[in-house]
Ligand binder design. Structure first.
Ligand code: 13P
Length: 266
């Protein structure tokens, strides 16, 4: 489609650690990733790198990144829709902003499935993130059952439309298409499948927020991404990066994913 064909978007490779690595392990891991990428001469302006550690690691990661001026972005895996108050166990976007988080993942399928997060809650969290100048990484994706019943695009497109309900301005957002059946299964979508849904998601952004926002919004693919398949996804015109789970916990593998442009045949 015409939208965005000519706009250059900086690719983003993001590691969602999920509930892995405590704050001490996080310090060692982030140091190793940064050193390994610097040693390899990685151009961080050409391919952005972000990590999403558990909440309890964020202060340590922030301190390290800031003290050593590491060219890595970081963010949280969720946030509260509220700013403060009687919400036991929740974390406000204001707190995340104080820790210099640039991003926050919202609506991951594990939150939707294991914590019964609804489209409405996802939309409220997106609004909360933007209010605190955090860039939401809005996750959408169909289950195997959805795929059979509704095809590939209908559910992710519906989830995205709902998530954008409270977004009015030329917001800075990232969208992650993560088919639930591909997460942690070792069975990634094909690059063609990812491209098809990414194109539909971009058309949805154009419809809701306008062509300019659609053209600059990065759409990531997630679900069993590894060094061996990343280059094939990145060749697709509407796929602007990856949200990586399991493979983001291995320094060599994650660094190799980030360096996909150097892969043979990439
Ligand atoms: P895997 O890369 O382990 O399949 O996880 C993907 C994911 O859920 C990232 O948010």
């Amino acid at each position: 489609m015409a939208v965005a064909a000519s706009v250059r978007r900086t690719p983003l490779i993001a590691g969602n650690w999920k509930m892995n690595l405590d704050h001490l392990q996080a310090i060692a891991f982030v140091q190793k990733v940064a050193w390994s990428l610097k040693d390899a001469g990685h151009d961080f302006a050409a391919v952005e790198v972000a990590v999403f550690p558990p909440y309890t690691d964020l202060r340590s990661v922030q301190t390290l990144v800031s003290a050593d001026k590491l060219p890595l972005a970081f963010g949280a895996q969720d946030l509260s829709a509220h700013d403060s108050g009687a919400y036991t166990g929740e974390i406000s976007g204001a707190f995340l902003a104080q820790l210099e988080c640039r991003y926050v993942i919202i609506g991951h399928s594990e939150r939707r499935n294991l914590h019964a997060e609804t489209d409405e809650q996802v939309a409220q969290k997106v609004t909360a993130a933007l209010k605190h100048s955090l860039t939401p990484v809005i996750c959408v994706g169909e289950t195997a059952e959805d795929l059979e019943k509704h095809g590939q695009s209908a559910v992710p497109v519906g989830q995205l439309r709902a998530a954008l309900a409270g977004v009015t301005s030329a917001a800075d957002i990232v969208v992650a298409y993560e088919p639930v059946w591909a997460i942690g299964s070792g069975q990634a979508a094909t690059p063609e499948q990812a491209e098809q849904v990414a194109a539909q998601l971009r058309a949805t952004i154009a419809d809701v927020l306008g062509e300019d926002v659609a053209a600059k919004t990065r759409i990531l693919y997630g679900g069993s991404v590894k060094a061996a398949n990343i280059a094939s996804f990145m060749r697709e015109p509407n796929v602007d990066g990856a949200l990586v789970g399991g493979a983001s916990l291995d320094v060599t593998e994650f660094a190799s994913i980030v360096r996909y442009q150097k892969h043979v045949g990439a």
